[in-house]
Design a protein around this ligand. Structure first.
Ligand code: CUA
Length: 179
């Protein structure tokens, strides 16, 4: 079969671009740990407030006796709850997200946090914040008329300072509880 030289060249360019994209995805997945959430776990969205794990008192930042930090958040039209949490920088933090109503998404710039929050499922992701500061938390799935206004923020403190402030203000910023 005869293939025109120009056609061959274009085919090579297209294949090259495909290889480049696959390469970028592999690089991010393996080096930057940017992965599709693989945690498949179901939950009854209609009974979230009654369920032990996502009851209101249980939301926010918690630390177990080994020092692992877990954050539980609820997404609902049109915000993320709790409204304010404080976490340490440069520390592995496990986030568990659930939706109270419709499909939402969560994106935190400068971190690997970008996932859908599907009603009926728990979205779990490990992340860390590279440096102290305020990080916006944005909804990136269209969820209704207020979608544009669905955002919140996370306050990130110096790793060393966090332990102190966390202990002294545990009752206002989150619950400290051993699991
Ligand atoms: Cu929630 Cu868009």
């Amino acid at each position: 079969m005869h293939i025109d030289t120009l056609e061959k060249q274009w085919a090579q360019i297209v294949l090259g671009i495909c290889a480049l994209f696959v390469g970028i995805i592999m690089f991010d997945a393996l080096i930057h740990s940017v992965n599709a959430p693989s945690n498949v776990e179901t939950i009854d969205s209609a009974k979230l407030h009654l369920s032990e794990e996502f009851a209101e008192d249980n939301l926010g930042v918690q630390q177990d006796e080994k020092g692992n930090i877990m954050v539980r958040m609820v997404a609902g039209r049109y915000s993320f709850f709790p409204k304010k949490i404080i976490v340490p920088a440069e520390t592995k933090i496990t986030f568990r997200w659930v939706s109270i109503d419709v499909l939402h998404g969560v994106h935190i710039p400068m971190t690997n946090m970008s996932t859908m929050i599907v009603p009926g499922f728990v979205a779990q992701l490990d992340t860390s914040f590279p440096k102290p500061g305020d990080y916006p938390v944005l909804c990136n799935e269209y969820c209704g008329l207020g979608h544009d206004h669905m955002w919140s923020k996370i306050e990130v403190m110096e790793k060393d300072q966090w332990n102190l402030s966390h202990l002294s203000s545990a009752d206002t910023n989150g619950v400290t509880e051993n699991e």
